[in-house]
Design a binder for this molecule. Sequence first.
Ligand SMILES: [Zn+2]
Length: 92
Amino acid sequence: MSTKITVVCGSCNYEYVAYTSNQRESFLDCPACEAKMNREMFEKVIDGIIVFEDLHEQFYRRHYSEKPEPYFQVSFESILNQTQKKWLEHKE
Ligand SMILES: [Zn+2]
């Protein structure tokens, strides 16, 4: 199991893979338009990766423990609501 983080840049709509467990190096700034992510927000994303990977490690361990539990693979995707979509479309 590995983790992949996909980012959609709100400035130019470019979608890019910003992190995978294998590369261990994360970049969150947009490679297309060079929009920079705030450092505090960058750290929150990194904290989220750590929590997410720990969650899957626990699913794995519990599944292969003496009292096996069902294994689950969880993914998250952020979806804008209608108000947020309209706001982003009209901000320019
Ligand atoms: Zn961009």
